[in-house]
Design a protein around this ligand. Structure first.
Ligand code: PGA
Length: 264
């Protein structure tokens, strides 16, 4: 299966002009990414403009169909429409031809006080609109310090709540898990490939046995860059990476894609 590389721009860059420049520099070259699928996830406010660029004939020729380029959203709300000031629904995103939604990112759990119950509703709503879900899970430092069993239990508990009521057909080919230990996000200190691998193997086992997923896809995220990407992706079980900071530098991101492409 192709490795999935997701660029999570978070609340960057600060202007539409810069967002367009970054998007073009990130995607506007002859990518020979046969082994990689790429998803760019910009702030909501830039989605329509970037989709216009993506779908313009010029962009399509340059991307030449050799790369699967998709667009995602960083969050969604669970209702379809109504009195929910400030929220964006999965239906609105689907209408723009957005394909993916990140749900439950630790920054939303922290700064927007999202609970597992809210995240569960969002996952259900996204799946209903056929958006592919990138569900983020991962333990904080104080749990990791207690050892790997504690970390795995933490993640198991998140999955149990976030995927409540879902399994099998509802999730197959629609759910992607990003294992993102909180202590590795934006810190420059990534997990070791070994830690990522053992946790991802554990998550896959859970997805198969408890959620009847046939071919679970699990990514690693947390301080991924062009220097460490190979260490993660050379393992068959690690299906890709969720890249934050390094995706804001087009050259760096291009290197990540090229290195991914050489794996297999
Ligand atoms: P980072 O962010 O690569 O800057 O650590 C990853 C993420 O939060 O998705």
């Amino acid at each position: 299966m192709k490795k999935l590389i997701i660029a999570n721009w978070k609340m960057n860059p600060p202007t539409l002009k810069k967002a367009k420049e970054l998007f073009s520099a990130t995607t506007n070259y002859k990518l020979q990414a046969k082994n990689a699928e790429i998803v760019i996830v910009p702030p909501f406010i830039y989605l329509s403009e970037l989709l216009k660029i993506k779908n313009s004939p010029k962009q399509s020729t340059l991307a030449t169909g050799q790369i699967k380029l998709k667009i995602g959203a960083q969050n969604i709300f669970w209702a379809t429409e109504g009195a929910y000031t400030g929220e964006i629904s999965p239906k609105m995103l689907k209408d723009l031809y957005v394909d993916y939604a990140i749900i439950g990112h630790s920054e939303r759990r922290k700064y927007a006080a999202e609970t597992d119950e809210m995240i569960n509703k969002k996952v259900i709503a996204a799946l209903k609109e056929s958006l592919k879900v990138i569900l983020c899970v991962g333990e904080p430092l104080e749990i990791r310090k207690k050892g790997k069993k504690a970390a795995m239990n933490f993640v198991k508990n998140q999955l149990q709540k976030d995927l409540k009521g879902l399994k099998g057909k509802l999730l197959n080919n629609k759910l992607i898990i990003a294992y993102e230990p909180i202590w590795a996000i934006g810190t420059g200190i990534s997990a070791t490939p070994e830690t990522a691998l053992e946790t991802i193997k554990y998550i896959k086992k859970l997805l198969i046995t408890n959620y009847q997923l046939l071919t679970p896809r699990v990514l690693y995220g947390g301080s991924v860059d062009s220097k460490n990407i190979k260490g993660f992706l050379q393992h068959n079980e690690i299906d890709g990476a969720l890249v934050g900071g390094a995706s804001l530098n087009a050259k760096e991101f291009k290197k990540i894609v090229e290195l991914t492409n050489k794996i297999n």
